[in-house]
Ligand binder design. Structure first.
Ligand SMILES: *[C@@H]1O[C@H](CO)[C@@H](O)[C@H](O)[C@H]1NC(C)=O
Ligand SMILES: *[C@@H]1O[C@H](CO)[C@@H](O)[C@H](O)[C@H]1NC(C)=O
Ligand SMILES: *[C@@H]1O[C@H](CO)[C@@H](O)[C@H](O)[C@H]1NC(C)=O
Ligand SMILES: *[C@@H]1O[C@H](CO)[C@@H](O)[C@H](O)[C@H]1NC(C)=O
Ligand SMILES: *[C@@H]1O[C@H](CO)[C@@H](O)[C@H](O)[C@H]1NC(C)=O
Ligand SMILES: *[C@@H]1O[C@H](CO)[C@@H](O)[C@H](O)[C@H]1NC(C)=O
Ligand SMILES: *[C@@H]1O[C@H](CO)[C@@H](O)[C@H](O)[C@H]1NC(C)=O
Ligand SMILES: *[C@@H]1O[C@H](CO)[C@@H](O)[C@H](O)[C@H]1NC(C)=O
Ligand SMILES: *[C@@H]1O[C@H](CO)[C@@H](O)[C@H](O)[C@H]1NC(C)=O
Length: 441
């Protein structure tokens, strides 16, 4: 059965069915927002760019127009329509008329960058597709022009890992030009798919507005490191996050308030960044958007129920050939097809079996006892990716965990499309959690 046009309700039911004990989410039966596609995955994939509009990363009607033109479930169509919009917006950004004002410059380049990222989002099935590199070069170049036009320009940084053969790619956003004002600082790491450029809009722009410094970073498996260094995800994420904290201590100690240093993990990144906090006592609080307990449960959920026993029985060859055939003949739901494409690409393997096997190495239970700082745990009502997992994380953390319900229209995975409610909630929590700033002389 082809599942590309199932409704959000059917998809939720299917996922709940596949995750009997830990995963069942008891959402109301009504989708929380007006659907932008009959394909629930595409609906979500249109909410992503809309959510970035709040901080200048897109414009509403152009995105809705793309949604109007994209054929439900057709990934090529999604790529093509966003590519067209990116090209169109890039022309506006390059228009000399636009250059008179840094606000015009950054708005048009931020939107251009976002639309190029969206064009790339669903095309990772064929690793040789040259667009994987050309679209990224476009989004990067556009983004660099935008952050150069910020009141305090953003700055790209490369940090060679001390353990492991890779270089961490980061972007620093100072909140002030005052070289002696120590400010609270937020470190932001993504997960399975989002880019650190998305994180500027979702987390760092709101942070800087509140007087927080912010730094985003990417490691193995994530957009820059996967593309330019050919490395897939690694479980020992402390080797990725600790160099970032080292850099803050070594080069930004005059402007970072060390008592108010928080780390935020987005999506699968919540797990990765909880792990950094478990290994690095310099981090004083964690924001998990949203709570996640083990990655395998999320990775196996969209796999067709009749193929799961093959994986569980260890039949690698049979499982791989059936999975890849289902993908090639378009038999998978959009969530499963995209999840497989992105999983293989980001874990750097052509074997679905190996991807799912590696997924088992990512579990909070491995290090939860070493977490000793407060954790904000987002709990989204309609989250089909980590359904049930936030409560489990809260249970394991006990009093260190604060479970925050994001219901209704803020209830999509990572509060997508409700950026404002998300950042309001966790910044209010951080303000309550952190000590009063020390008076500086
Ligand atoms: C889920 O919600 C429905 C309707 O509100 C209710 O009847 C049902 O008992 C709930 N199921 C669980 C497992 O909580
Ligand atoms: C998907 O969209 C592309 C680009 O618009 C189009 O060329 C292709 O025919 C569509 N595929 C199907 C199966 O409709
Ligand atoms: C966007 O512009 C590039 C370069 O000019 C061109 O190669 C590409 O085909 C355009 N994409 C679309 C969808 O029009
Ligand atoms: C993958 O992309 C490359 C480069 O465009 C192309 O030559 C190749 O045929 C594609 N492979 C498949 C299976 O479509
Ligand atoms: C810079 O920050 C320090 C420490 O908070 C403060 O004392 C000083 O007045 C600030 N300088 C300016 C120019 O605002
Ligand atoms: C490290 O990675 C680079 C490129 O990704 C590769 O050329 C080099 O051989 C690797 N070195 C080791 C020691 O694995
Ligand atoms: C985790 O905590 C245990 C003691 O509970 C300690 O032995 C171990 O070294 C800690 N690991 C890390 C990475 O801090
Ligand atoms: C959000 O939903 C949860 C679970 O359905 C419920 O317990 C909670 O009261 C709701 N919170 C708000 C603020 O509506
Ligand atoms: C945050 O909390 C402190 C108390 O620790 C308070 O002084 C401050 O005004 C609060 N608000 C903001 C925006 O920082």
């Amino acid at each position: 059965m082809k599942l590309t046009t199932v409704s959000a309700v059917q998809l939720l039911a299917a996922v709940a069915f596949l995750q009997p004990a830990s995963g069942a989410s008891n959402s109301s039966s009504k989708a929380p927002t007006l659907p932008l596609s009959t394909d629930s995955t595409f609906n979500f994939d249109f909410l992503i760019p809309l959510g970035l509009a709040l901080t200048g990363g897109s414009d509403i009607s152009p995105v809705l127009s793309v949604a109007n033109n994209v054929a439900a479930g057709n990934m090529t169509s999604y790529y093509y329509e966003f590519y067209k919009l990116a090209n169109y917006t890039k022309k506006q950004a390059e228009d000399p008329v636009n250059a008179y004002d840094p606000i015009n410059v950054r708005d048009t380049w931020f939107s251009t960058s976002n639309y190029f990222r969206r064009a790339d989002f669903l095309i990772h099935q064929n690793w040789s597709n040259p667009d994987i590199l050309t679209l990224w070069a476009e989004q990067t170049s556009a983004f660099n022009k935008a952050i150069a036009a910020l009141p305090v320009p953003g700055k790209r940084i490369r940090l060679p890992a001390k353990k492991g053969n890779f270089t961490v790619e980061a972007i620093w956003y100072g909140a002030s030009t005052n070289k002696t004002a120590k400010l609270p600082t937020l470190v932001v790491g993504n997960g399975f798919d989002a880019a650190q450029e998305d994180s500027y809009h979702n987390f760092c722009a709101p942070a800087v507005l509140r007087g927080w410094n912010c730094i985003t970073y990417e490691g193995p498996g994530q957009n820059t490191v996967r593309r330019y260094q050919d490395v897939g995800f690694i479980p020992n994420w402390e080797d990725v996050g600790i160099p970032v904290v080292d850099w803050l201590y070594e080069t930004k100690s005059d402007v970072v308030d060390k008592d108010r240093l928080a780390i935020l993990g987005n999506s699968f990144g919540a797990l990765l960044n909880l792990r950094v906090a478990a290994f690095d006592p310099r981090i004083k609080a964690v924001v998990a958007i949203d709570g996640i307990w083990d990655f395998y449960t999320s990775a196996i959920a969209p796999i067709p129920a009749d193929l799961v026993p093959l994986f569980e029985a260890g039949k690698q060859q049979e499982f791989d050939s059936k999975m890849l055939e289902a993908r090639d003949t378009n038999q998978l739901s959009t969530t499963a097809a995209w999840g497989l494409d992105q999983g293989l690409w980001s874990f750097y393997t052509h074997s679905p079996f190996e991807f799912l096997t590696k997924a088992k190495e990512f579990e909070v239970s491995d290090f939860v006892k070493n977490i000793t700082v407060p954790v904000f745990i987002g709990n989204a009502e309609f989250d089909v990716f980590v359904a049930g997992q936030p409560a489990r994380l809260k249970q394991a953390l006990g009093e260190l965990g604060t479970l925050h319900a994001f219901n209704g229209s803020a209830g999509y995975h990572c509060q997508t499309g409700a950026t404002q409610e998300m950042v309001r909630a966790f910044f209010a929590w951080l303000n309550k959690t952190f000590p009063k700033p020390v008076k500086q002389s």
